[in-house]
Design a protein around this ligand. Structure first.
Ligand code: ADP
Ligand code: MG
Length: 717
């Protein structure tokens, strides 16, 4: 292979030990080029430099042993409907059994007389209480290797005893037809013969300044660490080698974000010059005074609006902190200057709600507002009529779903886009706006508070404000966990609340029962509650009810014509009925943590004390128990979001695909939060100095590859 060749263009079949058959198998693992292979990291490491004798094993610890197979058979337990494959291994000091449950096909992998390695948790035999066993151990077949004890060396390639034993060995995800052992051999050759060909796109001063090792050293260390490596750090993915590779990935991510952000700063936008009269009037009409936090954040927004570049700001704030009014103030400023605003939310129900909540205030200011959703036709006004009013500039504020922008609505002069309750309105969607030639100021609001460093990734291209205080009259919602046995208590609590003149939500996980699950459903619940509380007015709302009908139902709830509203998660975000003070969540074990917090945010929106009753049905798993426990303990959205992130992991949490951020394959933004800050600092300062990366063509190329298809970089460079 030529020196300095780009390894991402270098097909894997040129590597020693890789023929056409293996090319196919490797491609199943996503490995097509030498570079893919180098970045196919072990998911686990095993210390085989110092294998234990079976007779020296300790119960309950994870151990690795090696020995000869003396029997391999399937045991049937017909009464339990079980087939167990049992492998018995002897290492001269004792016997150990590996057991695989209902995987009879395992038998064909083993033969008596083979040398094997097994790794797993050591257990006693459950009946005898003695002996050594492992359930579903990781295994490897050592063909005819002769064990040569001694120091591991990294010189002679192809010598099995140096690759697969007597060292800390990497364990890779394998695929049928290609064993861990074969992959390890391929990797060994790859590292041994080609590591010198790796070119490092990242300027040396950057990784050196952050105390990280060189790239080739890191790649070789991450696959074949030497014997004295810290195996625990390797297994957690935080060895120096891992840190270097994670840093690279985060650095590429932040470079892209820095470019997007920088691009926006240079872009021309509207510098609004309000005289402040409308704003003053609005503040006068409001039935409350703003919190300090709302004022601070609004002033940041106002600063952005006055600047001649497009605003791109994210407002984070827990449910109920009062984001809507801040958005309304921004829209008033923009309207005063003669521009239009689009207020976009994730669902039609929410669009209707918002329209509903703000239209009288907006109209009192002398402004025109309209609701434009998929079902607008049914609201007595035709879509076409509205569209032409929007195009002529007659309407100042348009409320709708996120589809507003995609649907090709023509605006006279769109000055501001507010995106509410959507942490998934990603880089891509924002880029789409600009592609349409619109360059409005953009305000994104989210009630899923996330820790600052993480916000800097997902929203790394945005400025960032936090409303970190609730209106002063709020009292924390008290949250109680019940099992289904406590029906009487629950019914009594509902009755008391409604008698006080308050209203109640009852949330179900599904609309209608089905044969597939035995979950309780909203329709079922509505009937039951109607029967039980015959003198209360019970309503029902869910996603299959037509928008027009839903709007009527929400309106009656708001006007206190319904006492108890049975619903699904359609009410999850944004719905605002301050007189509702009790929420019952049925099958609470079924909901995600952020979702539960959002739902709970529908109560506690006034000075009345509110409660949230979580009703759970056994059996449920450990994660569900943790979620319920956190909900009972905490009302703090930041803390809850962090726990949610811990339970679910970042990919799930952010819905990475929708956010438009390239997938992270090595780094983990929770585990590597401090690396992320370093990478961000370096990336932003580099882009400041050298916006087109003219001084590092290699880096520029690597960056384009990393963000490929995601975002147009260097448009003007
Ligand atoms: P969120 O931030 O969850 O979107 P909203 O904007 O829906 O919250 O506000 C929640 C409720 O609090 C609304 O009824 C709103 O009118 C009210 N509210 C907003 N700001 C204040 C304030 N400063 N004082 C009292 N109530 C407020
Ligand atoms: Mg809101």
């Amino acid at each position: 292979m030529q020196r300095g060749k780009d390894l991402s263009d270098f097909p894997i079949q040129y590597i020693k030990g890789v023929g056409p058959q293996r090319v196919k198998l490797l491609s199943r693992l996503g490995i097509n080029t030498v570079k893919d292979a180098l970045y196919y990291l072990p998911y686990r490491y095993e210390d085989r430099s110092n294998l234990k004798k079976i007779s020296d094993l300790r119960y309950s610890s994870v151990e690795t042993i090696t020995g000869k197979v003396i029997s391999a058979e399937i045991i049937r337990l017909p009464r339990k409907n079980l087939k167990i494959f049992e492998l018995t291994v002897n290492d001269g000091s004792g016997l150990l059994k590996g057991k695989w449950f209902n995987q009879p096909f395992m038998k064909k992998n083993f033969k008596v007389g083979q040398e094997v390695i097994l790794c797993g948790t050591v257990k006693r035999n459950p009946y005898w209480g003695i002996g050594f066993e492992m359930d579903n151990p990781e295994y490897e077949i050592l063909n005819n290797t002769v064990e040569t004890p001694g120091k591991s060396q990294f010189r002679q390639s192809g010598d099995d005893s140096l690759i697969h034993t007597n060292r800390v060995v990497p364990v890779y995800k394998a695929t049928s037809g290609l064993s861990v052992r074969q992959i390890r051999s391929i990797m060994f050759n790859l590292i041994h013969f080609h590591i010198e060909d790796v070119t490092d796109p990242i300027p040396a001063e950057i990784w050196k300044r952050n105390g990280l090792p060189a790239l080739s050293e890191s790649l070789s260390g991450v696959h074949f660490p030497d014997t004295n490596a810290d195996i625990e750090a390797l297994n957690r993915g935080v060895s120096d080698f891992h840190r270097r590779l994670s840093f690279d990935e985060l650095f590429m991510l932040e470079l892209g974000l820095a470019l997007i952000k920088k691009g926006k700063v240079i872009e021309k936008g509207t510098a609004f010059k309000p005289d402040g009269i409308l704003l003053k009037k609005l503040i006068e009409i409001l039935p409350f005074s703003l919190t300090k936090s709302q004022e601070k954040v609004f002033n940041e927004i106002l600063g952005d609006l006055k600047r001649p570049h497009p605003m791109n700001r994210l407002i984070q704030g827990d449910v109920g902190c009062g984001k809507t009014v801040v958005a309304l103030m921004a829209m008033a400023v923009v309207a005063e200057c003669g521009y239009q605003s689009a207020f976009m939310v994730p669902t039609e129900l929410l669009a209707e709600q918002h329209y509903f909540n703000i239209h009288s205030t907006v109209e009192a200011l002398g402004l025109k507002i309209c609701l434009l959703t998929g079902s607008t036709n049914t609201l007595r006004v035709t879509r076409d009529a509205l569209r032409s009013k929007i195009a002529s500039g007659e309407i100042d504020i348009i409320v709708g779903t996120h589809a507003l922008i995609q649907e090709g609505v023509i605006f006279k002069n769109l000055g501001l886009v507010v995106i509410d309750e959507q942490h998934r309105f990603g880089v891509m969607q924002r880029a789409l706006l600009r592609k349409k030639g619109l360059n409005p100021d953009v305000l994104v609001m989210t009630a899923t508070p996330i820790p600052r460093t993480l916000a800097l990734t997902v929203y790394g291209d945005l400025d960032y404000s936090v409303i970190d205080e609730l209106p002063p009259d709020r009292r924390p919602v008290q949250t109680l966990l019940f099992s289904s046995k406590h029906k009487d208590t629950i019914y009594r609590l509902i009755k008391e609340e409604i008698k006080k003149g308050r209203q109640v939500y009852v949330v179900y996980p599904i609309i209608e029962e089905s044969e597939k699950t035995d979950l309780r459903s909203a329709i079922m619940g509505k009937n039951a509650f109607e029967k039980y509380f015959s003198d209360f007015r019970v309503g029902l709302i869910h996603g299959r009810i037509k928008a027009e009908e839903r709007e009527k139902i929400m309106a009656s709830f708001k006007h206190r014509e319904i006492d108890l509203l049975v619903c699904t998660t359609v009410i999850e975000v944004g719905v605002d009925v301050p007189n509702a003070t009790l929420m019952l969540i049925i099958h609470a074990e079924r909901f995600g943590l952020s979702q539960l917090h959002q739902l709970r945010g529908r109560v506690g929106r006034s000075s009345h004390l509110s409660s949230c009753l979580l009703i759970s049905y056994e059996p449920y798993g450990e994660d569900a128990r943790r979620r319920l426990d956190i909900m009972v303990r905490s009302n703090d959205g930041f803390m809850i979001a962090e726990e949610d992130l811990n339970i679910r992991g970042p990919g799930e949490f952010f819905g990475t695909r929708q956010s438009g951020i390239p997938d992270l394959r090595i780094a983990n933004i929770i585990r590597d939060a401090s690396l992320l800050s370093l990478a961000r600092k370096e990336a932003f300062s580099l882009i400041d100095k050298d916006p087109y990366l003219k001084s590092s063509p290699l880096l520029r190329k690597a960056l384009e590859t990393f963000w490929k298809g995601k975002i147009e970089l260097f448009k003007t460079g």
